[in-house]
Design a protein around this ligand. Structure first.
Ligand code: ADP
Length: 260
């Protein structure tokens, strides 16, 4: 028998390895729990509009709804179909981003990086979303300097669109959205600020989680999927950029993405 002193280092090494293994198992378990929760959320989010579409179209088909109500039901079907379409594209975008992170290969799903001017992206988003903002009484402003970075144009457009859409969606009537393209600590950055409802302190970290919403009703009514900021987080990570959010209830929210 080996004396205890000789066994001691062996035992402590075994203990260390046991600790590492337990840690790895718990990380796998967490990832598995997250996947399960995501799937449950997706199922729920998809089922709701599908049930509504089936119900409304059945009433029309069977002639149960009054002729004067047909238009209302058709409107509901249209809105739910639009919602399904946004959900599906957001889910696909997130799964492409997940896959890219997992494989560590940016080019295979998104193509090679290109030169992208952040100010051009901001103006494109402004042009596209200004009519929607105007319908809600919100004014968009884009200011700043031309800043060319290496990246993926479509993903940067998606990132800025999601931020501006939120800034419009959670604003007040006669509110404003400011998009700034400026250096931040000497690095290229884009900041989207609004004069909206703000986010409570305790929710400010959670809003980047998939399907987390401060106000479910408002998000849904405004066409939100609950995935916008999760996409922003991953699209920023794709560009090695940092995201920071500041917000004050009743005053507004500001999200800054700073590129390397
Ligand atoms: P959604 O599709 O619901 O807007 P997001 O992931 O984009 O999903 O945002 C998550 C939640 O964070 C929103 O439901 C909303 O409650 C809150 N939120 C996001 N952006 C803003 C903002 N600019 N002002 C206030 N609340 C916001």
């Amino acid at each position: 028998h080996a004396p205890y002193e000789e066994l001691e280092p062996l035992v402590s090494r075994l203990n260390e390895q046991r600790g590492e293994l337990l840690e790895r198992m718990s990380a796998i378990q967490d990832a598995d729990d997250m996947r399960r929760e995501f799937t449950a959320n997706v199922t729920h989010e998809l089922k709701t509009p599908i049930a509504s579409i089936s119900g409304a179209s059945e009433l029309i088909r069977d002639g149960i709804c009054r002729p004067e109500d047909v238009q209302g039901f058709a409107g509901r079907i249209y809105d739910d179909a639009r919602r399904l379409s946004s959900l599906v594209s957001d889910i696909l975008m997130l799964s492409k981003l997940d896959e890219t992170e997992r494989a560590g290969d940016r080019a295979s799903l998104f193509g090679p990086d290109e030169q992208v001017d952040l100010l051009v992206v901001a103006h494109d988003v402004e042009r596209r979303l200004a009519p929607k903002a105007a319908r809600m009484g919100v004014t968009l402003h884009v200011e700043g300097v031309s800043y060319v970075i290496q990246g993926n144009a479509r993903l940067l457009d998606e990132l800025v669109s999601n931020l501006v859409e939120n800034a419009i969606r959670y604003n007040r009537e006669d509110g404003h959205v400011y998009v700034w393209v400026l250096p931040h600590d000497g690095r290229p950055s884009i900041r989207v600020s609004d004069t909206g409802i703000g986010i409570p302190e305790e929710a400010q970290k959670k809003v980047f989680e998939r399907f987390y919403r401060v106000d479910k009703g408002r998000s849904r009514d405004m066409g939100g999927t609950g995935l916008g900021l999760a996409i922003v987080k991953h699209a920023a990570a794709f560009h090695d950029a940092e995201v920071s959010l500041t917000s004050k209830l009743g005053e507004g929210t500001s999200v800054t993405v700073t590129f390397p």
